[in-house]
Design a protein around this ligand. Structure first.
Ligand SMILES: NC(=O)c1ccc[n+]([C@@H]2O[C@H](COP(=O)([O-])OP(=O)(O)OC[C@H]3O[C@@H](n4cnc5c(N)ncnc54)[C@H](O)[C@@H]3O)[C@@H](O)[C@H]2O)c1
Ligand SMILES: O=C(O)C[C@H](O)C(=O)O
Length: 326
């Protein structure tokens, strides 16, 4: 039997939490032979709801669930964790400006970054789901100077998966047959889903689709605005698909992608002309618990424009929280 892995989940009483925790406990994230200990963080007023979720987790009698704790203190919830899923965040409410949301969440992610810095396992893998995910990941990373910045990532996998499904539908192919698709930039409508390199059974997907107008006028807006479309339809933001993407992200990071490209929001190392440190969606492959950016892709004029557009938004968000980071 392997030693249990400690997994922190913040916002554990929320709707993504409810779709996420049961799948982690059943082994879908870290493997069917990997016991886990869940360390749940939520606000004081949500502790009762967290207790209810823990009762349901108990009632599943998951063989891999080796323990659970709940707390409203990040230093308790993050103690020795090897994986941290930062889901809890302040959503935008009526009358709030985007700037107010950035500032409110900047405070949360500063506190949580500092707590990770103090008490988490030194190799903790952090995935930020709470919006604005890229900038929140950047804030947490900057607040944790003793941890490897590479271990702070943001979730672009939902955009990646959304793009795959749209491409499969358009081309009449299976999602599982599509390789080498990627999403650049911010988890926001400015992201750039790029299928110029994608293949289906070795054939170029772009050639197969052969419809530039569809790419520009339908595909990119559909993927970019999918979150809003789901809110419009459900009255609530995406939850099960977001949890699924979080599982995909961590599973691939920990267990590897076997050479397959996936998209992760990661601190730039300067690749593709993106300034160092900006948390940006990149194509990566994962092996032995590490990710590597896919290098050498040609960037044409349209792509450069889109990559710069999403970068400009990230730079603006970064400037908006700079005063909080000292
Ligand atoms: N990156 C993505 O692809 C993606 C996709 C979907 C949703 N999201 C974002 O994920 C976040 C959570 O979504 P949800 O639907 O689960 O929201 P929700 O409102 O249902 O749940 C959020 C939970 O977080 C808790 N919380 C708030 N502040 C906290 C803090 N400081 N510490 C710990 N917990 C805290 C709340 O009490 C609540 O239980 C939102 O920011 C949402 O916009 C991101
Ligand atoms: O769009 C949102 O606000 C929720 C989430 O980020 C999503 O992409 O579904």
């Amino acid at each position: 039997m392997k030693a249990p892995v400690r997994v922190a989940v913040t916002g554990a009483a929320g709707q993504i939490g409810y779709s996420l925790l049961f799948r982690i406990a059943s082994g879908e994230m870290l493997g069917k032979d990997q016991p886990v200990i869940l360390q749940l963080l939520d606000l004081p007023q949500a502790q009762n709801a967290v207790k209810g979720v823990m009762m349901e987790l108990e009632d599943c009698a998951f063989p891999l669930l080796a323990g659970m704790i709940a707390s409203d203190d990040p230093k308790v919830a993050f103690k020795d964790v090897q994986v941290a899923l930062l889901v809890g965040a302040r959503p935008r409410s009526k009358g709030m400006e985007r700037k107010d949301l950035l500032t409110a969440n900047a405070e949360i992610f500063t506190v949580q970054g500092k707590a990770l810095n103090e008490v988490a396992d030194r190799n903790v893998k952090v995935l930020v789901v709470g919006n604005p995910a890229n900038t929140n990941a950047y804030i947490a990373m900057k607040s944790a100077p003793d941890l490897d910045p590479k271990n702070f990532t943001a979730m672009l996998r939902l955009d990646h998966n959304r793009a795959l499904s749209q491409l499969a539908a358009k081309s009449g192919k299976q999602v599982s047959d599509i390789e080498h698709m990627l999403v650049w930039g911010n988890h926001s409508p400015t992201m750039y889903a790029d299928y110029r390199f994608a293949t289906v059974n070795g054939e170029s997907l772009k050639t197969l689709i052969n419809d530039e107008a569809w790419n520009r006028d339908e595909f990119l807006p559909t993927v970019g605005k999918r979150g809003a479309a789901i809110i419009e339809a459900r009255g609530l933001s995406s939850a099960a698909s977001a949890a699924n993407a979080a599982i995909d992200h961590i599973r691939d990071w920990v267990l590897g992608t076997n050479g397959k490209w996936v998209t992760m929001g990661i601190p730039s190392d300067g690749s593709y002309g993106i300034p160092e440190g900006v948390v940006y969606g990149y194509p990566v492959v994962c092996e032995n618990g590490k990710y590597q950016i896919v290098q050498g892709l040609e960037i044409d004029e349209f792509s450069r424009e889109r990559m710069n557009f999403t970068l400009a938004e990230l730079e603006e968000e970064r400037a908006g929280v700079a005063h909080l980071l000292g």
